[in-house]
Design a protein around this ligand. Sequence first.
Ligand code: BYC
Length: 309
Amino acid sequence: MIRTLEQFDAYVAAEKKIEPKDWMPDGYRKTLIRQISQHAHSEVVGMLPEGNWITRAPSLQRKAILLAKVQDEAGHGLYLYSAAETLGVERADLIDDLLSGKAKYSSIFNYPVLTWADIGAIGWLVDGAAIMNQVPLCRCSYGPYSRSMIRVCKEESFHQRQGYSIMVELMKGNEAQREMAQDALNRWWWPSLMMFGPSDKDSEHSSQNMTWKIKRFTNDELRQRMVDMTVPQAECIGLKMPDKDLKWNEETGHHDFGEINWDEFYNVLAGNGPCNKERLAVRNKAHHDGAWVREAAVAYAKKNQKIRA
Ligand code: BYC
């Protein structure tokens, strides 16, 4: 068991996992609680825009697939809240911070989902970005977080494929369907690149979190990987990336791409995105409406305890 800073540093350097009962620096605990709880909130809020489309999915098969995906996101939220709790915080407090607007969740879920093609674009791009970001987190130095990421990533991979498959179908369709797919890409491309966080020069936590092996790659490195992975996928089905500066760079072996609108990103983080208020209002209502379920569960647990006592 780790009891000192020296042992902690040696464990991290040796790629061994830090476990809940180990000694850890306050800053390490704090940044993990921050990141894991934001991640959990993102999964739960992420269910809202897609959940709205379950009744409107165009076939029984698509409905079943979307239903399964949204359920998976709920599961991800649960693993992540559990992982955060191993660091000594109460789930109820974390959820209160989400509901009051104090805690952040991913910027991407503050954009509207206007058409069925948006569900394709979300699976393809948003879950695609999630995989890019989360596969390295399977190697995060904190044991419970890294282990929860393994199952999450397997499920995200199915989510990404179902999204791309929607785009493929639409691009095989008529003119209106192809336009719908292109329009969804135009609206979701830049917000998906923003998911990776501020540029490296403005990222306040990256350097320390890389030293602690929580993060394995910087925000810009992962963003570049996302661009390089996605551009050929778009080309393959006849979609055009909405970026006039996008071009293959023979020298670097990567795509150059245009400047992200950081004002828009920070505006969304400040609570002023197109759907921030709506998402929090819906989440608050769901929490309020579900109070009886939580009360019933507590009453049932107490009753069982009494029977066993
Ligand atoms: N949105 O110093 P930085 C999903 C914040 S779930 C909002 O670079 P860090 C999915 C950042 O928190 C997607 N806030 O921070 C779910 C920090 O603020 P605080 C969620 C953002 O932690 C359902 C400040 O900006 N994934 O994919 O080193 C359906 C400075 O940033 C964002 C995760 O949470 C953003 N986009 O790096 C489908 C993955 N970006 O806390 C899909 C785990 C940055 O100081 N998280 N901020 O107030 C991470 O990997 C890292 O926390 C981040 C940011 C890469 C997001």
